[in-house]
Design a protein around this ligand. Sequence first.
Ligand SMILES: *Cc1c(COP(=O)(O)O)cnc(C)c1O
Length: 588
Amino acid sequence: MPVSICHLNEGHAAFAAIERARFFKEKNKVDFWDALWATRAGNVFTTHTPIAAAFDTFSLELLSKYGQRYANSLGIDGDELLALGRENPNNGQEPFNMAYLAARLCARINGVSQLHGEVSRRLFQPLYPCWPVQEVPVTHITNGVHVPSWDSPHADRIWTENCGKKRWLGTEESLCDAIMQLSDQDIWQFKGNARADLVAYVRGRLARHLGQRGEDGESIQVAKSVLDSNVLTLGFARRFTEYKRPNLLLHDAEKLARLLNDSEKPVQLIIAGKAHPDDRLGKRYIKQWADFIHRDNVRQHAVFLEDYDIGVAQELVQGVDVWINTPRRPWEACGTSGMKVLVNGGINLSELDGWWAEVYEPELGWALGDGQEHSEPEWDTTTAQQLYRLLEEELIPEFYRRDEAGLPRQWIQRMRLSMAKLAPHFSSNRMLREYVEKLYIPAQRDYKNRAESGAECAKALVRWQARIHIYWQNIHWGNLRVVQLGELTQFEVQLYLADISPQDVQIHLFADAPDDKQQPLLVEMQRGDSIAGSSNGFMYTTSLKINRPVDHFTPRVVAYHTDAKVPAESNLINWWSGERQLSDELAL
Ligand SMILES: *Cc1c(COP(=O)(O)O)cnc(C)c1O
């Protein structure tokens, strides 16, 4: 089967792209680099971690052992192969980094949420030396969940009645309106049913586990009466690992116990999680929860479910009222468990990290943190206090504020908005459609263009790359003159390209973004007269209206080819430096 798109999830898979190039090389009788340039256009790399330390790296000794023979089989030099996995291809001491390898083998790279896209641009910036971080070629597509796998039978019924059976098969925009029409009674009824199911599930599971462990009949009887189907139910379930801060809720255990025991406005808590066997801290968090839950005044109101897996997750996300998530920003990358409660009318109370950071609004749920990154240890205390305050002053009162009919109108409205505005958007059909439209279709088009007619285009790109690479260091700049022409400011710079053809480069005038919210300014400068006596020396000019000091603007030259992706496939860049010559009115 001919492959047009190869999608790598995480760097681990990067050798698949090398094998793809090998296959292409053999089939089309071209050399490895032609094959790589052809196939790279059809490769997509999704990175999933927000920390550089999580990128897989291998020592040089290990790679040299296998790398040479492998490289020979591809028809390239061992060091050429190793260079693909290094930050600096010329540094023979660097370990081999699988994420870097993937980035070099794929013309398109994406992170898994907007914030993770930003973080990933920083992580991959070393591969594009001297490029502004905003131009590091990493975009983002926010994850979504396969909604039919996570909705409760009660939610399924209400969504089917209002949005039809095929609601998760097409586009999702129209779903919002239908959900906004749901009555308060219907919403509160389906949630009540789902909460009661969850309580029954937890009791049964707990009793079964205790029985298997040989606990006495009394404990098993107690297990059968834990929790209450009419009580505000908080859920927290995930891998127990440091950055998720699974013990944040326990920061002030007395306070938490008081909230659970409030006789008028009680709260109950269902916790589930697993720690990696080698993660001692993770296991300590579990112990902390186990100790807490065994307190006499807590036992009835809080439960820890062992063996967290997809089955447990399904039950939890269907029945809880609130899903709590406390990662340390920006370590979450995206997070998906909070998306699973949306269809079920669950509300998120989460750190502003991953997906939640891109959609949080006060009417939809609650936010932890201040939307910034913090490394100071006291910050965890601040966040824990914020968590208790939100519970005490906002969530609990809103849940128990009932009208004559016994309905919490404000809470229900929040459920309705969260279901209508968020559930369709964080579904996997939206995600898949974005992959298809933003990445797969353009990648397929580019791949076909490069591969057809015996990979003619790919071969031309290889020659282009070789040409500019050899001569790049000979590029040098002359004067930059800035002249005010009425409203416009004209920038005129001399550039000596020597052996590089002006067709192979593009000259930009660049001004950094004034703040993080805005994008840098980038205008292409036009080639004007050639400079007498020079070889490929030209004047480049542009005129624009500016509202910032002229020294914010700097010309630069980058590699250019209509079919190449820059800087993803060629990171050459050279910035003008020198003294600006200002005309009289600008100098004043
Ligand atoms: C959804 C899910 C996850 C991912 O949850 P996050 O909160 O995004 O880390 C992990 N494990 C199970 C069993 C899940 O269902």
